[in-house]
Design a protein around this ligand. Structure first.
Ligand code: PXP
Length: 241
């Protein structure tokens, strides 16, 4: 099972004071050293954390794949086509949101998403679509000729009580099974931490977890390599149970 480490919030910390540190590229190298499988960054239209130069530096520095989270905004698409990361994950974006709030709406925005997916694939970039755990959305992703999907665990992570948590967990299980039956390679991410990831790891068929905020937060206390090693150890241990 693969762990993609999202280093966006190292940039959040840097940008909070307008300093040149901490450098996201150093965090990316530490995460690679600790054994993660890919580095994830989200170049948002408002550049609130990762900037284009961060993504470029990271792409040059790491040996593992770079997964660029991105919207279908024209300027961002041009940047992605020039950067050529190994993978791009298309996500919805709203200026006012605190973080990505939900999956793509492939019913409403399907044409644009399909067009951008095609452009990226033609440039040799693997494309993943970030969708909510909803069958119709997954079906549509399949019809767009995409073979990678990331299921949004945001609602699950935000569950306030055990019944909500169970309901969201079962939606994710069903979505993973359905996506596997449709031939997708399935990733999961958003809001996963050192506690709530355990039931998710037990779901068979997920090949990758993309995690950022909780690892960056933990690194404040334990250091980045240890934060990543702990998450990898946890995933391996729980998956073998
Ligand atoms: N996956 C996707 C598609 C995301 O948009 C994000 C947030 O940038 C993550 C995973 C990581 O979420 P978190 O920072 O909550 O772990």
């Amino acid at each position: 099972m693969n762990l993609g480490v999202n280093v966006d919030h190292v940039a959040t910390l840097r940008n909070a004071r307008g300093t040149t540190y901490p450098e996201p590229v150093i965090a990316a190298l530490c995460a690679e050293y600790a054994g993660c499988s890919s580095i994830v960054v989200h170049v948002r239209e408002d550049h609130r954390h990762i900037k284009e130069r961060d993504a470029c530096l990271i792409k040059q520095a790491i040996k593992i794949p770079l997964n660029l989270e991105m919207s279908v905004n024209k300027t961002i698409v041009s940047f992605a086509l020039a950067l050529k990361p190994k993978q791009a994950t298309l996500v919805p974006e709203r200026r006012q949101e605190l973080t990505t709030e939900g999956g793509l709406d492939l019913i409403k925005n399907g044409l644009k998403i399909e067009k951008v997916s095609r452009q990226l694939k033609t440039a040799g970039i693997a494309v993943s679509l970030f969708v909510d755990p909803v069958k119709n959305q997954i079906k549509l992703a399949r019809s767009m000729g995409v073979s990678l999907i990331e299921i949004n665990t945001g609602k699950y992570s935000e569950s306030k009580n055990s019944s909500g948590f169970k309901r969201q967990l079962s939606k994710i299980k069903e979505a993973v099974n359905f996506a596997k039956s449709q031939g997708f390679s399935v990733a999961c991410g958003h809001g996963l931490d050192y506690e709530n990831i355990k039931p998710i790891v037990k779901i068979k068929g997920i090949t990758e977890f993309n995690i950022g905020h909780s690892i960056v937060c933990r690194s404040v206390f334990v250091g980045f390599p240890l934060a990543v090693e702990e998450m990898l150890g946890l995933i391996e241990k729980v998956s073998r149970q």
